[in-house]
Ligand binder design. Structure first.
Ligand code: GLU
Length: 446
């Protein structure tokens, strides 16, 4: 089996040299899907995995705009339209200086499996730009978004490709992007999700990814007769996903002791409560300041340039970005008694870190399963837009819970290995793969 995986990866590597994040994402999927394909040869004959690993389309474009000083700036914009077998392309936009084709192809590839897992009719895509919103004025962000959409609009549509947010793209950016799309196209449709509630956004969409991660962790813990209540949780990140994961942890009675940003992390052994979280939301979403300020305000420790994985905990929620948790971090977590890791970010754990979690037989969920709540509620936003109605918070929240429950069931169904241990990566990959593969076979060689 190892040889088959190596042969497959050699082909992918020769075609995607210099795209390490994309290769990492494909490797992880290949390790669980190739044995499955060997047991189910029809997928082999149709070359489904080979086809899924090649984007249907990659669009790259120039984004010129003028900054507040009157200088012209040039960024690069992208949209990776990965797979449309089960629905229109769906996935977020990331604005961050690290964005390149490798990062967006890995994210789009993950999105195909994640969207399939939600059970909703959404294909996979991802886009973004190397634009850095940090330190930019609202006016500069608007100018950039308008220029970005002036090219992107011709590639998207409510029935073709529906972008949303990701790192660096929140309610402010979605508003500017939507305004420009509407102005150019002259139509008010659900072409973007993550909109504000006033103009077609879904209630619970801002909360969905973070809440979903905690709902998924609860499901995992239930398999061992445990619950989140009373547990100590280490969280990385302080953006949208981290904020609402912490909010849900507080609601269910867990103690969150860390949060972080790209400069360092804070350790608050007393736990982040509702008032402290409100401070972080204001700090990060309104003032756009650094997490270090929290340590000064509440008199706790701040670790400059470090990650929170050395702090003792029961549960770890990596909610910041890809490859933020490596093998030494994983070892530390396991040695310190952490027994449940649910990814809120996309691919935050390296392949080596995941191998350590699996060997230790702890509960580990890949982002494509545990963070699927965000895109799931995006799917619900699309349904509400099409129906021209809006559901209540309770309605959306209960659908979100139900979807996270179903994703967990699917992971258990296809991921159970030796006895009771569930390999959630394998379960998520196989469950996501089957639906896309069947649709591709039905649609012929396209
Ligand atoms: N960027 C999010 C993700 O990684 C959400 C995408 C969406 O809502 O379309 O799944």
């Amino acid at each position: 089996m190892d040889i088959l995986i190596k042969e497959f990866m050699a082909k992918i590597e020769s075609r995607n040299a210099h795209e390490p994040e994309f290769l990492q994402a494909v490797q992880e999927v290949a390790e669980s899907i190739i044995p499955f394909i060997e047991a189910n040869p029809k997928y082999k004959k149709h070359k489904i995995l080979e086809r899924i690993a090649e984007p249907e389309r990659v669009i790259s474009f120039r984004v010129p705009w003028m900054n507040d000083a009157g200088e012209i700036e040039i960024n690069r914009g992208y949209r990776v339209q990965m797979n449309s077998a089960i629905g229109p392309y769906k996935g977020g936009l990331r604005f961050h200086p690290s964005v390149n084709q490798s990062i967006l192809k890995f994210l789009a590839f993950e999105q195909v499996f994640k969207n399939s897992l939600t059970g909703l009719p959404m294909g996979g895509g991802k886009g973004g730009s190397d634009f850095d919103p940090k330190g930019k004025s609202d006016n500069e962000v608007m100018k950039f978004c308008q220029s970005f959409m002036t090219e992107l609009y011709r590639h998207i549509h409510a029935d073709i490709d529906i972008p949303a947010g990701d790192i660096g793209v929140g309610a402010r950016e979605i508003g500017f992007l939507f305004g420009q799309y509407k102005r150019i196209q002259g139509e008010f449709t659900g072409v973007l999700t993550g909109k504000a509630a006033e103009y077609g956004g879904s209630l619970i969409r801002p909360e969905a990814t973070g809440y979903g991660v905690v709902y998924f962790a609860e499901e995992m813990l239930k398999t061992r007769g445990e619950s989140i209540s009373g547990k100590t949780v280490v969280v990385s990140g302080s953006g949208n996903v981290a904020q609402y994961a912490v909010e849900k942890c507080i609601q269910v009675g867990a103690k969150v002791v860390t949060m972080s940003d790209s400069s360092g992390f804070i350790h608050d052994p007393a736990g982040i409560d509702t008032a402290k979280l409100a401070y972080i939301m204001e700090l990060k979403n309104v003032r756009r300041g650094r997490i270090e300020e929290y340590a000064k305000k509440y008199g706790c420790d701040y670790f400059e340039g470090e990650k929170p994985w050395k702090i003792k905990c029961d549960i770890a929620l990596p909610n910041a970005t890809q490859n933020e948790l490596d093998a030494p971090d994983a070892l530390l977590l396991v040695q310190n008694g952490c027994f449940c890791i649910a990814e809120g970010a996309n691919m935050p754990c390296t392949l080596e870190a995941v191998r350590i979690f699996d060997a230790a037989r702890v509960l580990y969920a890949p982002g494509k399963a545990s963070n699927a709540g965000g895109v799931a509620v995006s799917g619900l936003e699309m349904s509400q837009n099409s129906l021209r109605i809006s559901w209540t918070r309770d309605e959306v929240d209960s659908r979100l819970r139900q979807i996270m429950h179903q994703i967990h069931e699917a992971c258990v169904r296809n991921g159970r290995v030796d006895g009771d241990f569930v390999d959630y990566t394998r379960g998520a990959n196989i469950s996501g793969f089957i639906k896309v593969a069947e649709a591709m076979i039905a649609q012929g060689i396209v």
